[in-house]
Design a protein around this ligand. Structure first.
Ligand code: NAD
Length: 275
């Protein structure tokens, strides 16, 4: 396994298991993407919400790496679901990225009033060949069942908050049984799990950093990861997870850290926040 290792999604499209997240990367996005591509990353995770699709597109062009070698994910924002402007939102994302297609287009949150309608729009985009794969984010089992009830295309991915304190094992198993791959957002728990005693002890044992222990655990758990950093040294550090493996006992230790603790918003209450 290395930075180029890919998972085959349920439609045959290959997705790198390791990518760069750019939420809140703001004005530093372009340089972060350039640094990541230089370090060997070939998967970038953005969203209309992040307001940096244009910088992602510029960095990819400037890198000189052929477009088809880089996996780009972006996401449909909630307001466009509520307003019925899903197709316009997708066109805008493509325009900002300055691309003919994205590799993966996701429903960012399962807005209840527009979930099924939005999925139908994503299917249309997929059938037009403008997204190589489509999927969802922040979907619990009941949201996935709603999508599956109307779907002619099964979501390829569910991107969910997942880290050692929120390991999401039942939801991950549910997804995998439906041939849906899981991507972890906040795979480092936004940095808030890195001082955990068990993780620090494992870092010392393996001669790795806490971030590398966490990301390695996720990769070994079959989860796609998209850690965020705008610092070149950390971008390189985070990717250094392919030259060691956690043994079975240590995987068990890591799996025991779960507290079902959300650092971000839970899919159960995002709508009450008026997002
Ligand atoms: P993350 O878990 O990737 O943590 C990022 C933070 O961890 C950084 O800001 C930094 O403070 C710290 N960090 C990074 N590397 C480190 C290192 N080597 N050592 C010490 N600290 C380090 O959190 P995230 O940004 O919330 O999530 C990653 C990506 O997931 C986002 O950028 C975005 O692309 C995606 N995301 C998606 C959703 C969604 O709703 N689908 C929500 C949040 C994030």
């Amino acid at each position: 396994m290395d930075l180029n290792t890919k998972k085959v999604l349920n439609n045959g499209v290959e997705m790198p298991v390791f990518g760069l997240g750019v939420y809140k990367s703001a004005g530093e996005t372009k340089q972060a993407v350039l640094d990541a591509l230089e370090a060997g990353y070939r998967h970038i995770d953005t969203a209309a919400l992040y307001n940096n699709e244009q910088m992602v597109g510029e960095a990819i062009k400037e890198s000189g790496i052929p477009r088809e070698e880089i996996f780009v994910t972006t996401k449909l924002w909630n307001d466009d679901m509520r307003n019925g402007t899903q197709m316009e939102a997708f066109e805008k994302s493509l325009h900002l990225l300055d691309m003919d297609y994205v590799d993966l287009y996701l429903i960012h949150w399962p807005v209840s009033s527009a979930l099924e309608d939005s999925w139908k729009v994503l299917e249309q985009i997929y059938k037009e060949g403008r997204a190589r794969a489509i999927g969802v984010s922040n979907c619990h089992m009941e949201h996935l069942m709603r999508v599956m009830a109307v779907a002619s295309v099964v979501p390829a991915v569910n991107q969910i908050e997942c880290h050692p304190y929120l390991s999401q094992k039942p939801l991950r198993t549910f997804c995998n049984n439906l041939s849906i791959e899981v991507t972890a957002w906040s795979p480092l728990g936004r940095g808030r799990v890195l001082e955990d005693e068990t993780i620090m002890a494992l870092a010392a044992k393996y001669g790795k950093t806490p971030a590398q222990i966490v990301l390695r655990w996720e990769v070994q758990e079959n989860i796609i990861v998209i850690p965020k950093s705008v610092h070149k040294a950390r971008i390189i550090e985070n990717a250094g997870v392919f030259d060691f493996a956690l043994d079975a006992g240590d995987m068990k230790l890591m799996n025991g850290l779960n507290k079902d603790l959300h650092f971000g918003t839970s899919p159960d209450d995002f709508e009450s926040k008026q997002w």
